[in-house]
Design a protein around this ligand. Structure first.
Ligand code: FES
Length: 81
C-alpha cells in the first residue's frame, strides 16, 4: 500500500509505503515518522491550522485510514513542498 506526496511548489513527488498498523496514526504522525516535514506550531493540537494538505484538510486531525477513505488514490497535495 502506497501514498504519493505531491509538492505543488517543487513539482516533485515522493512515494511512501505503509502497512496496516500505520492506518491508526494521524497523517501528521505518519508523514513525520517518514521524514516528511509538515508545517506545525501547535504539536498536532488542531490550533495552528498550518498542517494542511489538499488545501483544507488538517493532517493532525485525520488518521491515515480516514485519509485513504477520502482520497482512495492516496495522493497528498502539499502547497509549500
Ligand atoms: S499541527 Fe497545528 S493544526 Fe495541525
Amino acid at each position: 500500500m502506497q501514498i504519493t506526496i505531491y509538492g505543488q511548489a517543487s513539482g516533485k513527488s515522493i512515494f511512501l509505503k505503509y502497512v496496516s498498523e500505520d492506518l491508526s496514526m494521524t497523517l501528521l504522525e505518519f508523514l513525520t515518522k517518514n521524514g516528511i516535514t509538515i508545517a506545525s506550531s501547535c504539536n498536532g493540537q488542531g490550533v495552528c491550522k498550518k498542517c494542511l494538505i489538499q488545501n483544507d484538510w488538517l493532517t493532525c486531525e485525520l488518521t491515515l485510514q480516514e485519509f485513504m477513505e477520502r482520497q482512495p488514490d492516496g495522493k497528498i497535495l502539499i502547497s509549500y513542498l
